[in-house]
Design a protein around this ligand. Sequence first.
Ligand code: SAM
Length: 249
Amino acid sequence: MNYSMEPIGVVHSCYAEKFGIPRQPGLVKSATGMIEMLPPCNREELFKELDGFSHIWIQFLFHEAISDGWRPTVRPPWLGGQKRVGLFASRTPHRPNFLGLSVVRFLGMRKEKDTLYLDISELDLLDGTPVLDIKPYVPYSDKLEESTSGFVQFSENLIVVSFTSEAESACLDYQQRRGRDLKTLIREVLEQDPRPASQRGKHREYGMLLWEMNVRWLAEDSVFTVLSVTKKSSGGMKSTPNNRFTFMF
Ligand code: SAM
């Protein structure tokens, strides 16, 4: 059976590149974005009564993992990048159908000109991610009190983040211009320690893109100093995907 799917929407996210995105949703509270709904799913009637739900499930395509392919086993960051587990025991983006599933906070729906947007927060999605389906999160059945989670265990956040005065005033300036609390976003993202497991313990400088801003920071063990926050030279929000995705059964 050959089944073809088209995105119903596209994510516009504070995460302009993969590096820096938290490993799951809900970890960075100040992460915000929106789903731009595409025809024929951009009619308000498709969302009637959704405003009563605080969270939604998003099924999406890991579109920027497709070109790398997938392997039967992976080394999850939870195990320090040392041990291999089966890909179906992991949440790796590199999967046979490259399908992702995230529960995010639903802030509301709005129409701007003729475009319908769903505002969301606490996401773990790259800017430009194609959305395949949306469903309400229903705690009465989705919240599982007696669940276990194998090698994935909660660990205390030990990263300390500070800002140079130059970086701090750039965040303040950005907040005044764009109305977004960039400083909190940077702090929460860095507290999740986005470095690959192999680089922990090393002293080095890193860069990441949040919205259209280039953020540089210095990692010294578990102390991170944000050195600069500057505007990216060009680019902006990713355009709407127009590709079709074909699945064989
Ligand atoms: N919650 C989802 C799940 O379990 O299916 C995603 C978990 S996955 C471990 C999260 C990582 O996927 C992020 O850290 C980011 O690097 C990557 N990611 C997010 N959106 C992506 C996209 N559109 N293409 C490729 N990788 C993406």
